[in-house]
Design a protein around this ligand. Sequence first.
Ligand code: UD1
Ligand code: CA
Length: 461
Amino acid sequence: MTLSLSVIVLAAGKGTRMKSRLPKVLQPLAGRPLLAHSLESIAALKPEKTVVVVGHGADEVRTAFASQKHLDFVLQMPQNGTGHATQIGLAPIADGGVTLIVSGDTPLINTQTLADLAALANDETFALLTCHVADPTGYGRIVRNAAGDVTKIVEHKDALAAGDHATLAITEMNTAIMCAPTAWLRKALTKLTPKNAQGELYLTDVIAMAAIDGLKIATAQPAGGETEIAGVNDKIQLAALECAFQHQQAEALMRDGVTLADPHRIDVRGTITCGVDVFIDVNCVFEGEVALGDNVTIGANCVVKNANIAANAVIHPMSHIEGAAVGEGALIGPFARVRPGAKLGAEVHIGNFVEVKNSTLAKGAKANHLAYLGDATVGERVNFGAGAITANYDGANKHQTVIEADVHIGSNSVLVAPVTIGEGGTVGGGSTVTKDTAPGALTVARGKQISIANWKRPKKP
Ligand code: UD1
Ligand code: CA
């Protein structure tokens, strides 16, 4: 029989060493708060309850996760240690099952590790996740007896204060992730005392109580090793974990068949799904939800956010694409800016220094150089010349421009919206078009050229 599982996430600590106004658990890792990462791993366990203990920056943390209705927030004020936080976290949880405790500052913990640990715990068994590390400085040490059974955890600071070198030499550390029978834990926590180097109620002290009470203490190690349970206390550790996480994501992409020019030079801050034979050049950043179709090529130094790029499209270097759909076989960039609401059809060409916002371009439409298309509907095979723009904003409102199929817009034209250029029409270069034009018409709206023969330029006296 599987026991009901609840989870407590400890997230009330200050994170002093981050030296930031933002609470520690809201510091971003791969574009999302630290806490979001562990909460995602936890949610996959489908626990009965997930209680988040908040304290420092409590309101900000609650607000950041307000949409996650399955979370119970409880306030720990003041913060008297991890044992005290767990006591408070247990309040909304009923006896009868097991409770998994996870730190909010351990973002890379994975679901399988948590599930395996939770599966070890029952009414008679306390499950503890430990890890052998090269440098255990700062961590609680796992103390075992001659038979190899865990007898207690000693915090680094306490071993140091006691000059206990034997304990300091132990390299098996406490990950602070554990799972205990709920009813037993609740009782044990009432017996904690702050008689230690930090004057706090240590959650870790319940281990010795479990041993004395005759509970079996089962230990497990994270499959992902040290990286998986690494805590984040300062910006250096944050950067190291960001790097490790990005590398994990790069490896996952390559395992799925994506070719990365350099797996150390890609950043995914969200989720990316790729078809077959996708190539991604160096220094690209992907944010939010990104989907790349078969054979898509992303050039160097592109930023792609919340975008759908269809098969065979090529995004040339230095392009910025956000909130947009790019059609099959489209060619974008270099140096293109495709903004939210851009829907680019198949084989569309958007060249260098072209900006497209909230506009639909039908199949084969082209704006190859130095242009702006905003709030426009552009028909098939339209050619939008260099330096042409839609003047879509009158200072108060945005207006639509419609450019029907097969239109050619000459260079340096201004289409003053609202305006429609009829199918097959041509606009002469340098025109400022303020009125709708008929299909097939040539429109020239600029000062007529005059040439004065043998003109003498003024000379300095
Ligand atoms: C803790 C463990 C240590 C372990 C290490 C692993 C204790 C006493 N020590 O130490 O054995 O090796 O984690 O990373 O448990 N928190 C609260 N309320 C508090 C205090 C802390 O919610 O009053 C939260 C913090 O926000 C943090 C977590 O508990 O998310 C751990 O606290 P932290 O101060 O980072 O503990 P460590 O010193 O790292
Ligand atoms: Ca910590």
